[in-house]
Write a new protein. Structure first.
Length: 228
């Protein structure tokens, strides 16, 4: 049992954990969330994967045990509160749930950017972490839009009752500046948020590419230094 736990801990300390983190985020955004409102158990699967993303991200991105414990404890508590509120639908708890998602995603985004932009060599795992950071940015704004919708009601967008799948769709077409026009912000504060997301969506790849180019390339096995 101890050997298994040691392997588990060592795995999350390795850079390949960033790849697993990226896969979890991709599944969450492009598979689970879009279909979560189509069947009854969809929201439970969505929240379970969300919990996995938060805990795995905290484990992969920091070695501070106290921080990992705090993030894990609060994530589990938020999940339990959501399960309770699923049957009671208390409006204040819905706002707290959306706010906690935004804060957790923002925290993971900061941690992953610190890890990606620190000095060292270029690796595919670091590239995967950078992509995960871009997706996390969209998730931060998705949670922010959800929180605004809960606070201000149906006057936030041009359509009413936008669910989490619709908000996630809006966030990604905003950060990629596609802008289909099917969902548009009406509330001034949400318009400002969407403008900020669009600007970040343009700047993030440019700054990221510049940083990754500045890193030293990873040496292949068997490469030897040749003195001329």
């Amino acid at each position: 049992m101890n050997k298994f736990l040691n392997r588990f801990v060592n795995f999350w300390y390795s850079e390949i954990s960033l790849t697993v983190f990226l896969i979890s985020i991709i599944l969450l955004n492009f598979l689970i969330i879009p279909v979560s409102d189509k069947f009854d158990s969809g929201s439970i699967i969505e929240k379970s994967l969300y919990l996995l993303v938060i805990i795995s991200g905290a484990s992969a991105l920091t070695e501070n045990k106290v921080f990992k414990f705090i993030v894990t404890a609060f994530s589990v508590m938020a999940f339990i509160v959501w399960i309770f509120n699923r049957n009671h639908n208390i409006h204040l708890l819905n706002i707290v749930d959306a706010s906690s998602q935004m804060l957790f995603f923002l925290l993971l985004l900061i941690l992953i950017l610190i890890r990606v932009f620190k000095g060292g060599i270029f690796t595919m795992e670091r590239l995967g972490g950078a992509i995960a950071g871009f997706l996390l940015t969209a998730n931060v704004f998705t949670a922010a839009y959800q929180m605004m919708s809960l606070i201000y009601g149906d006057g936030v967008f041009n359509v009413s009752n936008v669910n989490i799948a619709g908000l996630n769709h809006f966030s990604f077409i905003t950060i990629t500046t596609v802008g289909y026009g099917d969902i548009t912000p009406v509330h001034p504060f949400v318009r400002s948020l969407s403008n900020l997301e669009a600007v970040i969506g343009q700047l993030y790849p440019a700054v990221l590419i510049a940083r990754l180019i500045s890193l030293k390339p990873q040496k292949k096995q068997g490469d030897k230094n040749i003195n001329v």
